[in-house]
Design a protein around this ligand. Structure first.
Ligand SMILES: Cc1cc2nc3c(=O)[nH]c(=O)nc-3n(C[C@H](O)[C@H](O)[C@H](O)COP(=O)(O)OP(=O)(O)OC[C@H]3O[C@@H](n4cnc5c(N)ncnc54)[C@H](O)[C@@H]3O)c2cc1C
Length: 337
C-alpha cells in the first residue's frame, strides 16, 4: 500500500522534500500556514553557495556541494513542464578584499573548487567562477505547479498546531481549524517557525533571524559576476534588476522593514558599485531565516517520535542546502519501511 507523508511547511525545504518523496512513490500532502513559497525562500537572494565557504564547517559545505548542478537540471525540467523559467545562471562570484586569501586558495584547492586571483583596477579580488544563482520567487512558483501536477495535495492557509502525542508515534496532526491530518510519516520543514511546530517552547533550537534586501530597477550595465565584499553582496537578475543584501537581525518574528537597513544597504551598494547612485531603490523587503548555531541544520528523525522527521534550521543557506537535505530525509523515511 502507498505510504502517506505530510510535510509541514511549503518553503524551498518542504517543496524539494516533497519533490524527492513523490519520486520515491509516496503520497504527499504539503501543508502551509500561508501560501507556498512566500516566506524566507521567497525573500532570499538566490545565491547557490555559501558566501565564503572556507569560513564554514565541513558539514555545512557538504550539504551545499552539488546544489548548483541540481538546480540547473531542475530549472530545465520546470521550464519544460510549467513554462516558468527560474533563471538559473552561472554568474560566478567576485570577492573584494578577502582578508585571508591563502586560506581561501588552500581551501578551494583541497576541495577541488576553481578559484582565481584577479586584479580589478587597484583591488586584488578572488573569483569563484562556478557560483550560480537562481531567481527564487520564480523557482518556488514553478515548483508549486510541478508538485500539483504530480499529485501532491497542497493545503494552504492551514496552520499546523504544535505536535504532541503521549506515545512515541504521531497518529495525526491537528490543524488549527480542527481538521485532523493523518499520515504514516511527518516531516517538519517549517523554517523559522519550526520550534513552535516542534513544541519547543522553553528551549527553541531554531530562532528567526531577519534579513532585509533592497532592489534597484533594471540597470543598463551588465554585471559580469555576483559582487561580494565584507558580508554584503550585489546580485543581478537576467532582466537587469539588482538586489543588495542583506541584514542579520535578531528581532523575533517581526518581518518589518527599516529605514536604517535601507540606508546601510544603499551605502554599501553604492560604494561597491558607484553607478547605482544613478538609480532609485525600487523595493525593500525582509524574510525570517531559520537561524541555527553555525548554520548547521537538523536533518534527522525526531528524538521521541519514530515517524517524525526534522528538516530545519538551514539559516543562511536553505536554498543551497535543500536538495541534499531533502535527499537525506527521503532516504531516512525509506529506511524506516
Ligand atoms: C534576505 C535573505 C537572503 C537569503 N539569501 C539566500 C541565498 O542567497 N542563498 C541561500 O541558499 N539561502 C538564502 N537565504 C536563506 C534561505 O532563504 C532560507 O534558509 C530558506 O528559505 C529556508 O527555507 P525553509 O523552507 O526552511 O523556510 P521558509 O521558506 O520560511 O518556509 C517555511 C514555511 O513553513 C510554513 N509554516 C511555518 N509554521 C507552520 C505551521 N505551524 N503550519 C503550517 N505551515 C507552517 C511557513 O508559512 C513557510 O511557508 C536568505 C534568506 C533571507 C531572509
Amino acid at each position: 500500500m502507498t505510504k502517506k507523508v505530510a510535510v509541514i511547511g511549503g518553503g524551498i525545504v518542504g517543496c524539494i522534500t516533497s519533490f524527492f518523496l513523490i519520486e520515491k512513490g509516496y503520497e504527499v500532502t504539503l501543508v502551509d500556514q500561508n501560501s507556498i513559497g512566500q516566506e524566507a525562500s521567497w525573500a532570499g537572494a538566490g545565491i547557490l553557495s555559501p558566501l565564503l565557504p572556507w569560513n564554514y564547517e565541513d558539514s555545512v559545505n557538504d550539504l551545499c556541494f552539488g546544489s548548483a548542478d541540481f538546480y540547473h537540471q531542475l530549472s530545465e525540467i520546470l521550464k519544460k513542464d510549467t513554462g516558468i523559467d527560474p533563471e538559473w545562471i552561472e554568474s560566478g562570484m567576485l570577492i573584494h578584499d578577502e582578508h585571508d586569501k591563502n586560506l581561501a586558495m588552500n581551501w578551494c584547492h583541497t576541495n577541488s573548487i576553481e578559484i582565481k586571483q584577479i586584479q580589478i583596477e587597484k583591488t586584488s579580488c578572488l573569483l569563484l567562477p562556478h557560483v550560480a544563482q537562481i531567481r527564487n520567487p520564480r523557482l518556488l512558483k514553478a515548483l508549486k505547479i510541478y508538485l500539483i501536477k504530480n499529485n501532491v495535495v497542497i493545503m494552504e492557509n492551514q496552520k499546523v498546531s504544535p505536535i504532541s502525542d503521549s506515545n512515541n508515534f504521531v497518529h495525526h496532526l491537528q490543524i488549527e481549524n480542527s481538521i485532523n491530518l493523518e499520515a504514516d510519516y511527518y516531516v517538519v520543514a517549517s523554517g523559522a517557525w519550526s520550534s513552535n511546530v516542534l513544541n519547543e517552547i522553553e528551549m527553541p533550537k531554531i530562532r528567526p533571524i531577519r534579513g532585509q534586501l533592497i532592489q534597484y530597477p533594471a540597470i543598463k550595465e551588465k554585471l559580469p559576476y555576483i559582487l561580494y565584499k565584507d558580508d554584503f553582496y550585489l546580485v543581478q537578475r537576467q532582466d537587469g534588476v539588482v538586489l543588495a543584501g542583506s541584514t542579520k537581525e535578531d528581532v523575533g518574528f517581526d518581518k518589518g522593514i527599516t529605514e536604517e537597513a535601507r540606508n546601510s544597504l544603499q551605502q554599501k551598494a553604492e560604494s561597491l558599485l558607484p553607478i547605482l547612485k544613478n538609480y532609485k531603490i525600487e523595493n525593500q523587503w525582509s524574510g525570517l531565516r531559520p537561524g541555527s548555531d553555525g548554520n548547521v541544520p537538523m536533518i534527522e528523525k525526531h528524538h521521541k517520535y519514530n515517524n517524525v522527521y526534522l528538516n530545519v534550521g538551514h539559516y543562511r543557506y536553505g536554498l543551497t542546502m535543500a536538495p541534499k537535505a531533502a535527499r537525506i530525509i527521503s532516504d531516512l523515511i525509506t529506511l524506516n519501511g
